[in-house]
Design a protein around this ligand. Sequence first.
Ligand SMILES: Cc1cc2nc3c(=O)[nH]c(=O)nc-3n(C[C@H](O)[C@H](O)[C@H](O)COP(=O)(O)OP(=O)(O)OC[C@H]3O[C@@H](n4cnc5c(N)ncnc54)[C@H](O)[C@@H]3O)c2cc1C
Length: 525
Amino acid sequence: MAQSSTVARPATCWQRRVCPLGKLVPQTVVVVFGVVVEVRCGHPLDLLYAFVPGTYPNSELTSFFKMATTGTIPSSVLIVGSGVFGLSTAYALAQRDAFRNTTITLLERLDFPAPDAASIDSSRIIRPDYADPAYAALMAEAHPHWRGDFGADGRYSEAGLCLVQDSGDESGDNAAHYYLIKALENVKSKLGLRVGRREESGQVELLETPDDVARVTASMGGDCGRRGYVNWTSGWADAEAGMRYLRKLVERTGRVKFRTEEVTRLHYGQDRVEAVEFAGDERLSADLVVLATGAWMQKLVDLRGIASATGQVLAYIDITQEEQDRLGGNPTLLCETNGMFIIPPRDRVLKVARHGYGYTNPTKIPHPERPGESITVSLPRTKQDDPNLNIAPEGDKACREYLAKCIPSLATRPWTQTRICWYSDTPVGDWLISYHPTYRNLFVATGGSGHAYKFLPVVGERIVDVVMGEERDKLGAELGKKWKWPARRREEDQVWTDDWRGGVKGMVLDEELAKGEVAAPRSRL
Ligand SMILES: Cc1cc2nc3c(=O)[nH]c(=O)nc-3n(C[C@H](O)[C@H](O)[C@H](O)COP(=O)(O)OP(=O)(O)OC[C@H]3O[C@@H](n4cnc5c(N)ncnc54)[C@H](O)[C@@H]3O)c2cc1C
């Protein structure tokens, strides 16, 4: 029996590849026994396809049409994970009229904010400085929010980002050097930032010598790099405060039910997730399950060769009020050569960290989708698992040396705290925002690859666009392609990204921890 459903809201014309008018028009989806046989865009050329059922390429049967076959808009959505991706998705869903009758539930394993989540920390860099123009454009969308209410009350500080090079290969083949050159090109040409000194209303300042670098980082008093540039329109956010702010916005909608529950497994049917289970064997089902559990994803879905957890090192020191006043106005310093960075201090705490290849933590677990089988994947280990877990000696040394080099006056100040914080890394640094190819009511939002926080104010809207199969604009189409489920899993190297990073590839957490004791963090002040 044919069943025709007219999609009430405009969506992108699916015929856009052949239709000269390819534009926003209402569409009709004809379904026979649950199979889409006809998708009408309303333009005469759609007849080319309409009379030849089965000619619709699979890739064109977007998630939106999948939704149409199952009753258009889901009546229940279950989001697992309350980090940047999960919480922002909840907010966007709660605000969309199309979901006004949908029950939205957000599950988080720890009381919000989860202290070991990637989204929760003292600070995160907010920058449009990207080699990839799509992320630079997405940042252009997010930036006004940080400069407005989202970043108010100290949640955002626009102190600049100084991206430098220290030594090494400048041939252009080097991924880090390429990143710096492309990022500079993008902020100048694509975002139209003015080049010149800040005193002369410049927004981006080229730093061609060590003296230039020293000039913009003068109060640090050390050797901060050889060359690079500073973007005065970049800044940093108080990461936890930003998440708390968004959580309040979500609560205010009154549309989302929050529960503190750790999902222990998904119950997979042949082509859908039948239920999610939490401790105590309780189960919940939903028309749509959005999995946004960051670096913990592999526990619940097999992402081998698609995304993997890598542990990054962070170290914090207490500083005096005089030091806070002196260092607080500096730009963030990020060294492309080794991935080390120092974000200006907040509340008399200064952080040194590394954007690196990180550590892998191979762990044997039951295969999340195939009962009876087991797999080995990298999973986070945090202070929630072991309160005495500190960074490994090599990470301690890297942070210490960088601090001593850039701010010699703090060279011997003991760490107050150290932390291993986990990225969900993808092979090239693009996120994974996509329906699962097998389980049609499972949507994944992960693979932040160390750079998703800055998009907190806007990324939920873009995620829900993908949920709906909508391409709001050219940027949406481009992002949708970057974020889609990869055609093949990377089998040869399942862990390490090719995105630009510092440190070395191949470090295993237990092996690095076994290399020696690190002095226990303590406060000197
Ligand atoms: C050290 C570090 C520095 C970074 N620096 C920057 C930066 O400067 N700028 C920038 O833009 N980005 C930065 N990032 C990246 C950014 O923080 C992340 O990309 C982003 O926060 C990832 O969000 P997420 O929602 O995927 O993961 P998370 O924030 O980790 O959220 C996942 C949530 O899922 C929960 N969860 C996990 N398993 C379960 C389960 N079974 N059941 C229920 N809940 C579960 C977790 O508790 C957690 O709250 C950095 C990341 C790190 C680690």
